[in-house]
Design a protein around this ligand. Sequence first.
Ligand code: ZN
Length: 159
Amino acid sequence: MAKRNIRLEKDPILYKISKEVTQMTNRNRELIGDMLETMYDADGVGLAAPQVGVLKRIVVIDVSEEGDEPVVLINPQIVELSGEQTGTEGCLSVPGKHGTVTRAEHVKVKALNEDMKEFEIEGDGLLARALQHEIDHLDGILYTSKVEGELVSNSEDEE
Ligand code: ZN
């Protein structure tokens, strides 16, 4: 595994639509391993393939405290959304900033795992937020387009 460079906000690749993955190849396995390493190294809770410059519908998420419960989602699709939560959100592609975003409180997502087997994941709160945020990346959408009010610099919090 190797760490990859995280693409930043101004990179046009972040605004493109990613393609479905049709088969699990060595190249895709390597990409997934690299995405996990890159996410953990950056202390993130989620990362989408376009953020490392690859337009494939692959997302990795880990919202656990210990950072030892990775979830890999290939071709994820939201099948259910309910409720509402308003909270703070950030993105590894927009370092040093955060903003307030309203999203569904609960989601159900259908996806393929690394063996291209279908599974479902349901989540509330942070997991639901991470799923919606990362799946948005696959459609070229950054959370900055959904922020209510201003984007805030993290250092302003310390004042
Ligand atoms: Zn993001």
